[in-house]
Ligand binder design. Sequence first.
Ligand code: NAP
Length: 544
Amino acid sequence: MNTALEAQPATAAVLDHDVIIIGAGMSGMYQLLRLRQLGLRVLVLEAGSGVGGTWYWNRYPGARFDSESYSYGYSFSAELLQEWNWSEHFAPQAETLRYIDFVADKFDLRRDIQFHSRVVSAHYDDATRRWTTTLENGERHTSRLLITAIGPLSAPTLPRIEGVGSFAGAAYHTARWPHEKVDFTGKRVAVIGTGSTGVQTIQEVAKTAAQLTVFQRNPNWCAPLHNGPIDAAAQAEIKANYPAMFARCRETFACFLHTPDPRGTFEVSPAEREAFFEKLYAERGFGIWQGNFRDILTDRAANAEITEFVARKIRERVRDPAVAEKLIPKNHGFGTRRVPLETRYYEVYNHPNVLLVDINETPIERITETGIKTTDRAYDFDIIIYATGFDAITGSFDRIDIRGSDGQRLKDTWSAGPQTFMGVLVEGFPNMFMLMGPHTALGNIPRSIEYNVDWVTDIVAYMQTHGLTRADARPEAVQAWTSHVKAVGTGLLSNEISSWFTGVNSNVEGKQTRIIARYSGSAPAYRAWCDDVAARGYQEIALA
Ligand code: NAP
């Protein structure tokens, strides 16, 4: 098929493909589908043996949604929405992966996905206006466009502790969990890390392990998930209401079903405030974080109120007051880091076979052949689980040698923090489009993915119809967007604390300083900006 993205006289070159997409997670899959509809020759390169990205890799025990299943699935196909039945309000990982496999089959996506293909480099050549993408095994592919669908949380990191690798038992990072079931029965298990992943893992492993020891550096503010099965009546209601539900997600700040209460924390009486917090604590999902008083994430005094409320809940739920105090964060307020949702997480610490080790008091000295040695004592284990997170947002880009015009390296361009245009383009890296890149609105990720993909598809179609083969963000547009991202992040309490939200990872060289890593304005505001750029004919992008 002849498309305008193919070789033109001025840029004569034979291309293997019109578009290479890196990654067959939810963004890469949907992008493949949309570009196929334009008649383009697309190849998706995927490191894993199957589709699903996050849901393919993160098979750790207890992994499940934190956003309501029905608000998380793809919304683009009414038929798909009616065909698929979610079994629980927050589906477990295995069900989500089944869903993603179902989507891949339904839309016959696998024929354009090459598995076991880890990309190690992608280089742009200005003379031919093409990208050359190279795999770990040396295989090369040329294309006009390069689309990164590599996810903001896909580069797992192990702690920089002496002896990692010397442990003779089984050791797993949660994001590289084996495909076979791991049995904890009768085992002495260690978990390092108490983020969203650690919390889900701990509450599951505690059910069967003989002994569970949790090594905690910073506790997080967790809130109850309140999961439950979806019965037939609820299923019918969900299916009848999909259009209205997705319309609602489009309007909320971060595309979740929950929307902030318009009232300020101190505009109500203390009794009303307490009753509202109680109501939110008893409700499903992220309501207590995303549907709370409008000022809890920006006003210190307001934040202190909800923080104190949740601290009280922890004290009520954990029997040993000393353990409860260790589980209560002291260095940040509720909601200023990602809130892990939990199911009887705090009660785990009431079990006689569970031990919480605060590694601020007794730091880990090294991993040994038999377990973990702290300044206090040596612990022996059969299994060590690293729930130590990711080199987030830019880490997945850093792991690929991406070079733009004149051979400039993306890693160098971003050495002081990412600079992008709408999180989609980087000046000097023509024809590279990022899905869920730095400085995009994340939130309820599939909702953001669908918007991101549709926007990229539109500009690709525009290039096609106008015979254009080069798209590069203009420097002033990048500057304006980067300043805007900084401006909307000002005053947010979450930007004053180290976490993956602020690009900090103690395990990665050079990532100890906070940066503005993500767009922290509202999703509707993000979309309005992007829509406006498209409506005005992409003036901020140099098209040729
Ligand atoms: P994370 O939030 O970055 O948590 C990593 C944990 O490991 C933290 O407790 C961290 O402690 C600890 N840690 C890291 N390095 C350490 C070291 N050297 N020594 C001791 N402790 C160390 O990562 P995550 O839990 O994997 O979650 C990342 C994100 O993935 C979440 O915020 C969420 O957005 C997403 N996620 C979503 C779901 C869901 O939707 N269901 C589930 C899981 C994850 P410090 O806090 O002290 O750094």
